[in-house]
Ligand binder design. Structure first.
Ligand code: LMR
Ligand code: MN
Length: 390
């Protein structure tokens, strides 16, 4: 018994393995894609495979698909496993994860619902359901129920940082602040958050954090002074490019109007933008930790009077955020963790947006600021080069 009960199958399998080995040796993604396609071909003959061989080939195929980052091609493999092992819920939950990674929440939702029909108490499926209800349908009350059922009193496989994050966030969206705080405290205690108020999910753990920073205590004083010196030119550039602003789309504001104009994203200029803002760009380009910050952005942020931005956190503790006040800063406020401050025209301040923060524009006119993210000063050159961008 060799597990592949046909000559064709065995030949295909040998081809796939050879391509796989070659792709690995040469670190060649084109070869890897061919290897994955060849594995998928072997799996088409799955009826001729023993359970053990099917698991072996499927396992390697899924591993290579994840490595390649082409998550949608995992679907047929999981479907096969589900058909062969209908009692194993993990294959269904892993299929859900692959579909979410492939940005196919619509397909993921179908799988979750199907899973819950047979396993109504499965914590992983319930947590995924909460995630879909919150992020796709804005049905936060139902999301909270699903998350709570999934997470409460359990330290099992559903206990993932992002589920705690989204449960807390759903509660904040529902103005259920006391319950949100309890979740944030529990999440921090379980190690999902750096602290109840610092809830970024992509962290370098050793970094020292505080909500507000004195620029004098960072290497970015020169940048801050240069921005302050040219604030009037920067303001003009931000105003002249008005047509290019995009509305904020993360659902962070409770009321009002808020739009942004990206100049740099993930350490790269948005093509053509610096032609629109040459002074601003030349200043930020002089500081590599700003223009090259792959975990941040450089952008104008325009907020209309009457806007309230809900409490929220940024994704990472690897950046610090500078704001240069440009216009209509009177009666505008930003709370970071426990401390609320105000912008001043022509002045820079700096905070760590991985801490919970909240913004109010209770004044008049459009409040404009320039946001400049910089690498956390304690990150090494290697880390700045190698951390995956956000
Ligand atoms: C935020 O990062 O949420 C705010 O600081 C943005 C803004 O324009 O005030
Ligand atoms: Mn923010």
């Amino acid at each position: 018994m060799h597990g592949v009960r046909s000559c064709v199958g065995r030949a295909r399998w040998l081809v796939a393995r050879a391509l796989d080995a070659q792709a690995e040796a040469q670190r060649d993604n084109r070869l890897l894609s061919r290897a994955i396609a060849a594995y998928l071909d072997v799996l088409k003959l799955n009826e001729r495979l023993t359970d053990a061989r099917l698991l072996q080939i499927a396992g390697r195929t899924l591993d290579r698909i994840r490595f390649r980052g082409n998550y949608l091609s995992a679907e047929p493999v999981y479907r096969l496993l589900i058909r062969r092992f209908p009692d194993v819920v993990d294959y269904r939950n892993n299929l859900t994860v692959s579909l979410l990674m492939a940005n196919r929440a619509d397909l993921a939702e179908e799988v979750i619902k199907e899973t819950l029909r047979t396993w109504p108490d499965d914590r992983v499926a319930l947590a995924h359901l909460g995630f879909i209800l919150k992020t796709q349908h804005n049905r936060n009350e139902e999301a909270v129920e699903a998350f709570q059922k999934a997470l409460e009193g359990d330290l099992g496989p559903a206990t993932e940082s992002r589920f705690y994050y989204h449960l807390g966030d759903s509660l904040l969206l529902l103005n259920r602040f006391t319950e949100a705080h309890e979740v944030h405290k529990r999440g921090a205690k379980l190690g999902h958050f750096l602290s109840p108020s610092q809830r970024s999910l992509y962290n370098v753990h050793r970094l020292k954090s505080r909500p507000w920073w004195d620029i004098e205590q960072t290497p970015y004083l020169k940048l801050a002074r240069a921005l302050e010196k040219s604030w009037e030119d920067i303001l003009k550039e931000g105003q002249a490019a008005q047509a290019l602003y995009e509305k904020e789309k993360e659902g962070l504001k409770e009321r009002g109007e808020w739009s942004q104009l990206d100049l740099f994203v993930r350490g790269q200029e948005v093509p053509g933008r610096c032609k629109k803002a040459p002074v601003t760009c030349s200043i930020v380009r002089a500081e590599k930790a700003a223009a090259g910050c792959r975990r941040g952005q450089i952008k104008f942020s325009a907020m209309e009077a009457g806007t309230h931005v809900r409490p929220h956190v940024g994704p990472t503790n690897c950046r610090l955020r500078m704001h240069l006040g440009l216009s209509n800063t009177k009666d505008t406020y930003i709370r970071v963790d426990q401390e609320t401050r105000q912008w001043q025209v022509g002045k820079v301040f700096m905070f760590d947006d991985s801490f919970e923060h909240e913004v109010w524009h209770n004044g008049t006119g459009t409040r404009l600021v320039l946001i400049v993210d910089v690498w956390h000063p304690a990150l090494s050159a290697d880390e700045r080069r190698e951390l995956p961008p956000i």
